[in-house]
Design a protein around this ligand. Sequence first.
Ligand SMILES: [Cu+2]
Length: 168
Amino acid sequence: MRDARLTHSFPGQLALSIIGLLLSAALYSSGLWAAPSIEVQHPTVRAVPPGSETTAAFMTLYNPTQEDRVLVGADSDLSEVTELHHHIMSEGVMRMRRLTRIELPAGQTVKLEPGGLHLMLIGLKQIPAEGDTVQLNLQLDNGEVIEVLTPVKKVSTEMMSAHEHHAH
Ligand SMILES: [Cu+2]
């Protein structure tokens, strides 16, 4: 088990992480485990300026299997909390909304990208700078946890203002 999990400040999430790990172990030992059921492409954490308290992560998630999957949570070694977010237009203003799940239908590709779905990293333990690597752990509805070593990059800021509204 990694330190990032042990130092997680939310006991409930820690418990869920442990359950996830136990399920993973059970699946491994039962031989049911194959390759990760979701392929992660182009993962990126947005580089942010000093003093920032949040950043976002983007990626493309492809489900090559015949079974629908659901992304039900995430955590990272960079932030206290990692939430699933979406942007919605509300009364002409782009706002972020927290999601409890992101559907990953069989055979389909789901994009997490600026202005749309994203992972929100809240309570940064350090400022992610270009060239850094962040470990993201994606939790799926089948108990699987996908570890994604994610490079920090500058991301087009056209949607930055939407992030700054922070209407949760
Ligand atoms: Cu967000």
